[in-house]
Design a protein around this ligand. Sequence first.
Ligand code: 4AD
Ligand code: MG
Length: 460
Amino acid sequence: MKRKKILQLLLAENPIKDVLVKGWVRTRRDSKDFSFLEVNDGSCLKNLQVVVDSSLDNYSEITKLSTGSAIVINGDLIPSKGAGQKWEVLARNIEIVGLAPESYPLQKKRHTDEFLRTIAHLRPRTNKYGAVFRIRSELSYAIHKFFRDRGFKYIHSPIITGSDCEGAGELFKVTTLSLENPPKKEGKVDYSQDFFGSLANLTVSGQLAAEMLALALGDVYTFGPTFRAENSHTSRHVAEFWMVEPEMAFCDLEGNMDLAEDIIKHLTAYIVDECTDDLELFAKFVDKDLMSTLDLVASSVPVRLPYTNALEILKKSGKKFEYDIDFGKDLQTEHERYLVEHHFKKPVIIFNYPKNIKPFYMRLNDDDRTVAAMDVLMPKVGEIIGGSQREERLGVLEKRIHDLSLPKEEYWWYLDSRRYGSVEHSGFGLGFERLLMLMTGINNIRDVIPFPRTPNNIEY
Ligand code: 4AD
Ligand code: MG
């Protein structure tokens, strides 16, 4: 007999004779002639109530079943006599496949997030984290569907790269050289003897590869892991995170902002429609304002604001910020939050940033001091998207590379794309974990990825 998922059973229209269910016991309640088991199999938030008659052969073992134990149930799906659920399973036979003794850490109903982070291997078995990782999966699907419906091609950019896309130097090296005794040349490590014959690192962004493919396939996107060795201990940074990076040929900054708006709205509406039960849990236990935030994100048109105008607003605000703000300085979280949560009270896209705080590949504006960059800022989460129109003019790009003292020879292939059939093009990176924070109201990024990687923490 084929196993049925609990999600399927709870949606049944009619009673079903003979069902096979497999899952883990969440709670057990005994009455005089029956035991009631709440069973969860991860297919949905809701548990299945299983009624066990005392006439079952192994009933005495059932009445000792503890939270977390794995069982296989044979029985009939019947209308429930109790309140709170439409269906229950009346068990004919229960096989105990994996006991969880008293030492099982998830006995209590509610634990702190800090505690659960110390048992990241077990936390998916709680209601909250089960919901997080189901939404993570749904959201991934919705992203692929969003792009496919719009004719974008899914491409795979390399994880190991020879270039630093963002130029921020936050790279994890990839090497097979001996760390104790590496080969040296003129006092420096000789990477020409390394596996790839030169220095290699984990990618910080799939963008440069995506650009090459966009200039062939038109509209493309990547969706994969990226790595940053930035030593930031904030609730919005992890060293390994997933990024969604669309790249569009024949597209300027306007078109780029249009896509950014469209994808955020579309994904928010999708999750609100498809993940009702899981969202309800977050709205109840994590963030009371979640549904109104999601409504706002799905329905409002973000403000599009040049960086210089953002500066003016911040200066006129009369608010004392911890960090000063002047042309040429990057906006800090406190500035971003002020604009989004206090001043405009809705999502904001800031564009045309000073060139000195942005990477080499962004298109230089006519004023010669700003570039066609954009950041999308959301309530609570802050920056969720960073993107730009790319510099497509060979001469201007070469000059930028020179001015920033970047090794021009290493970018020969990138410059080739500007040498042959260069066109205006744009793209952005959407931080997948930041997006999940927005969707769930969870305020620590460590709690939306199964096994978070942060400084001094790589348990698994
Ligand atoms: O703004 P970033 O650095 O942009 C890029 O990497 C571009 N190359 C993307 C592109 O144009 N194709 O990063 C993009 C987004 C940020 O807005 C943020 O949401 C997320 O990636 N992000 C992080 N998320 C979690 N932890 C970190 N350490 C992150 N760094 C960036
Ligand atoms: Mg950024």
